[in-house]
Each structure stands twice: as structure tokens, then as C-alpha cells.
Design a protein around this ligand. Structure first.
Ligand code: SF4
Ligand code: FES
Length: 355
């Protein structure tokens, strides 16, 4: 029997003022008229709370694009959950933030694209950099803990020292430097985003030095294509967290819609607890019985859980295969071919805007 989930990623909407090419949202974004309404989201929060969830991450798209965000925050906070607002900062005002804080937001995660203003706006697809500076100031003035999240890739990796300095100036308590994971729009843009080995080597050094001296907590998510072993994706499938998409689809991980024939179920059709414990989608890759060789007999299987199911599906066509990032995978050559051929100049397709 699976254990209860710890966290809920509530993707309130796919609408977003930014158009980042590294976005991991699916290519087919959920339209506004298909989104769960206020009462449906409140029911999701009630059900998640009853299931044992302690942390709610209100995300998107841009959660501030939901006019009912204050009501949703009040409802979730009334359940006693820890509330993390994941935002681009666009649309945040002192009055809005003060209201959200009073209603129960505990923490804000602010995305930043780069320390160089022009490049940051280029990556975001809109003029956003100055709004980020204002948003960070407002968050600090509201007395809320601030995490700055920066997705790293070929277009900003050389600026990682400046990015760390910017996060320090913003007063961040925590900085997440997350090398791009290639799902959704990011996979579509992989040839424009994939860093070179030398870029990563330099960035690794800068991050290690900063970690030794900075008062900020610095989290560094590896660029897994360049590693010998895969990431322990989601710390195991259906193990700790669930995602509810804007239309109510309940997902074992945010990218799971890429896996064909997974049998994803919707919270409009079935209670959340039944989906978590009983659905074929959540049970497909739980535990270790589904594994094939080389994972099945590998000493690392309890460390990395065989890597990422979505990546295995995207790169090998079968989600039950070993993540091909692994050097023991019979299909590692596919990743090496990508590294050899996709680090030259390439255009960046901007993420579509959900309507
Ligand atoms: Fe992990 Fe499987 Fe590779 Fe072993 S063979 S290191 S379990 S992905
Ligand atoms: Fe889906 Fe890794 S992103 S399992």
C-alpha cells in the first residue's frame, strides 16, 4: 500500500504573462474555459488535506492570473496547510501581496530568468526583469520568506555568478539553480537550451564557491543529460507528491501527460484518494516490481528509482525502460547523440499563451 502524499502541486491555470522557452508545461495548454472553478479547487484542497497533504504549492502558469486566488488561499490556509505561492511576480502589487499574506500565504517562490536585464527579457519573451526587482522588494517588505528560482540553460549559464549576486541583493533566503529538465516546451527547444560541457564545468565551480561563502541556501539541480546517473525523479513515482492540472487531471508528476496510455484520471470523475491509491496511472511505476534490467538488479535502484519515467518514454518510447541518461542503459547512445548534435546555434520557440 502506498503512503500518503506529502505535497500537492496545484497548477491553478496555464495562463501566464511570460513565454519562457524552457517551460515544462505541455505543448497543448489547458484553456481558461476548461479550468477547475473556485468550488472545484476548494474541493481538491479538502480532499488533499483529508489524504494527508501538508504542503500546497499554488502554481501555474501564473497563479496571480486567477481572480479567485484570494479565496483559494483563504480556503487552503483554513485547512492548516503550508502555502507556497509560485509566481513570476508579474501582477504582484503591495496591496495584493498584503492581502494574500493575511489570508495565509507562508512563502513565495519567485522566478528569475537572468541577472542581465536584456537577456532576462529575451528569455521571458516579454519585458519582465524590472517587475522581478519590484516583486522581490515587496515580498521582503511583507516579511515573507523568499526563494528565487532560476532555470539554467545555454542562454544564461555563463551568468551564474551574477545570478547568485542578484539573488543576494534581492534578499533571497534560498536560491534554486535548476538546470533545465527537458519536458514540454523545453524539450521542443532543447537544441537552443542544451548547455555545453565547458559551460557546466565553469558553472559548477562558481556555484561551489558561492555555496561555501553565501548566507543563502543554494540548491543546484544537475543537468542530467551530462551525468552518468539519472536524477531520482519525484523521489519515486506516486511516492510523495501529486499534481493537479488546471483541468483537474491528477498526475503522478507534472510532465506525466507525455506518457501515452497512462490512463490519467480527473478529479471531476473520481475522488482524489481513490486516484492516489487505486488508479492504474499512479500504480504503474510504484515500488520496484515494474523494473526491467539493468535497474532490477542494480544497487542504485533505491537511490534513483531508475530515473525518470517521462524521460524514458520521451527518448526510448517505453516508460518502463531505464532512463537513457544512465550510463548502464542500453540506450544511452541516444543521449550522447543529442549532446553531440544539439549544442550549436538554434532558434528558440516562445511558449504559446493559454487563453
Ligand atoms: Fe539507476 Fe537503473 Fe541506472 Fe541502476 S541501472 S543506476 S537503478 S537508472
Ligand atoms: Fe515525470 Fe520524471 S518528469 S517521472
Amino acid at each position: 500500500m502506498a503512503e500518503a502524499p506529502f505535497g500537492l502541486l496545484a497548477e491553478l491555470t496555464h495562463r501566464c504573462p511570460l513565454q519562457c522557452g524552457y517551460c515544462s508545461n505541455p505543448l497543448e495548454l489547458v484553456r481558461r474555459d476548461a479550468e477547475l472553478d473556485t468550488a472545484e479547487w476548494c474541493s481538491v484542497f479538502d480532499q488533499a488535506h483529508a489524504l494527508g497533504v501538508l504542503q500546497f504549492h499554488l502554481s501555474g502558469g501564473e497563479p496571480l492570473a486567477r481572480r479567485d486566488l484570494p479565496e483559494l488561499v483563504s480556503h487552503a490556509s483554513g485547512l492548516g496547510a503550508y502555502l507556497n505561492l509560485v509566481t513570476s511576480g508579474l501582477g504582484l502589487t503591495a496591496a495584493r501581496l498584503d492581502d494574500l499574506r493575511r489570508r495565509g500565504v507562508d512563502h513565495v517562490q519567485l522566478s528569475v530568468q537572468d541577472a542581465d536585464p536584456g537577456n532576462a527579457d529575451l528569455i521571458a519573451g516579454v519585458k519582465a526583469f524590472d517587475h522581478k526587482l519590484v516583486a522581490a522588494r515587496l515580498i521582503r517588505e511583507a516579511g515573507l520568506p523568499l526563494t528565487v528560482n532560476v532555470v539554467l540553460h545555454r542562454m544564461n549559464l555563463d551568468h551564474v555568478g551574477g545570478i547568485i549576486a542578484l539573488a543576494e541583493r534581492m534578499g533571497a533566503d534560498r536560491l534554486e539553480l535548476a538546470n533545465t529538465q527537458y519536458y514540454g516546451w523545453a524539450l521542443r527547444n532543447r537544441a537552443a537550451l542544451l548547455p555545453t560541457k565547458e559551460q557546466l564545468r565553469q558553472a559548477d565551480l562558481v556555484v561551489a564557491q558561492a555555496r561555501a561563502r553565501s548566507r543563502m541556501e543554494i540548491v543546484y539541480v544537475i543537468a542530467d543529460y551530462h551525468e552518468a546517473h539519472p536524477k531520482p525523479c519525484m523521489y519515486g513515482w506516486g511516492a510523495r507528491q501529486l499534481t493537479v492540472a488546471p483541468n483537474g487531471d491528477v498526475l503522478p508528476c507534472p510532465a506525466a501527460t507525455v506518457i501515452e496510455h497512462l490512463g490519467i484520471e480527473n478529479v471531476r470523475d473520481r475522488p482524489l484518494a481513490e486516484i492516489w491509491y487505486e488508479s492504474s496511472a499512479f500504480n504503474a511505476f510504484r515500488g520496484f516490481d515494474w523494473m526491467r534490467e539493468p535497474c532490477r538488479s542494480c544497487v542504485r535502484k533505491e537511490i534513483d528509482f531508475g530515473g525518470c519515467r517521462c524521460q524514458a518514454f520521451q527518448l526510448t518510447g517505453d516508460a518502463a525502460n531505464t532512463d537513457p541518461v544512465c550510463s548502464l542503459s542500453p540506450e544511452r547512445a541516444k543521449v550522447d547523440l543529442v549532446l553531440d548534435t544539439e549544442t550549436g546555434p538554434a532558434p528558440l520557440a516562445v511558449r504559446k499563451v493559454a487563453r
